[in-house]
Ligand binder design. Sequence first.
Ligand SMILES: C[S@@+](CC[C@H](N)C(=O)[O-])C[C@H]1O[C@@H](n2cnc3c(N)ncnc32)[C@H](O)[C@@H]1O
Length: 388
Amino acid sequence: MTPAARVEAAIVLLDEIIAAAVGGGAAADTLIQRYFKTRRYAGSKDRRAVRDLVYHVIRALGERPENGRAAMIGYARAEAPDLLALFGTDPRGPVAVVAGEPAAALGLAPEWLIAKFAAEYADAETLLAALAERAPLDLRVNRLKTTRSAVLPLIPGAVPTVHAQDGLRMVEALNVEDLPVYADGRVEVQDEGSQLIAAACSAQPEMTVVDLCAGAGGKTLALAADMENRGRLIACDADRSRLSRLGPRAARAGAANIETRLLDPGREADALGDLLGAADVVLIDAPCSGTGTWRRNPEARWRLTPQRFARLTALQAHLADLGARLLKPGGRLVYAVCSLLPEEGRLQAEALSKAHPDLALDGGGAQILRPDRDETDGFFIAGYEKSC
Ligand SMILES: C[S@@+](CC[C@H](N)C(=O)[O-])C[C@H]1O[C@@H](n2cnc3c(N)ncnc32)[C@H](O)[C@@H]1O
């Protein structure tokens, strides 16, 4: 592909990503993969160049742009004038820019979200800038199969993570999924912050542990390792397709004590009657806006609307309350979100304490993980003990 053709491809992809942000379509990564599946003429260098350009543009623009062309013109004008010079030079590239054409403005996030960050964090700009960076790749060593020290020499470019005891951070680029240690389930891809959430549950062998929003089981697998495959680990979710991905992952990881339960949204308790007041540990890794994961999914900034945000916070409160009802006396509850907004974290934790006076927040209180300070994705984590 010529340089101008790569710019045109990036514009087409940005159009698709913007449309998906409006209509709840696929993630940018998926759209990029699909795009190249049907364009075999694009070589690996072209693919990488187009992908990198698309992500540079997404990261640079806070508000959702009108369209891909406006996004590219705004980005190129401010950050890459050499790209602007390619417009109108090649029939396979973008046509020349005309006077007065719309151009997107650079920014860290949509204005309404910047205002929310600014109301909560004195250093909101630093935090938002850190969320616009690229995230490192972390692995979790699967203690059901091996140890961190045994695996470390087998992965070039990996170093132990600072906080998580089973974590490795890739400091050199490597296609981890091609490694034998990945193929046979000795390591999983998991951000260090997610590993710390599972660790905050203090799950032990022989316990009854409920992972209420298990998704495809990222944290469930870490809990199974903490439980040494002994006891009951009930992985629940309202999304059938996510939950169905847990089985093959558990098989690869050698996790053998997991039961799955599909929940009916709004009627989740119907499938959990036998577990009310019966769990030693409940993890609520609640569905959220994902503001803490913008480093990995920068287009998520363009997806969120005040209406969607309000629906999420209502769902979080509902699931937190349900989780509290599953705990047995003396049990432990962990409420977590991959968001740094107080409505999804601090205020939910306060409401939970108020609604359930028998839950006592951990001695250290709730914890916030930040990319600029902790070098993890952004998370809110609150751990509670239920009185006996
Ligand atoms: C943050 S994600 C969970 C990620 C997962 N724990 C992991 O470690 O990979 C939140 C999950 O909540 C699920 N969810 C949404 N509504 C739900 C509901 N009403 N009951 C249970 N789970 C729900 C979503 O399908 C999603 O998988």
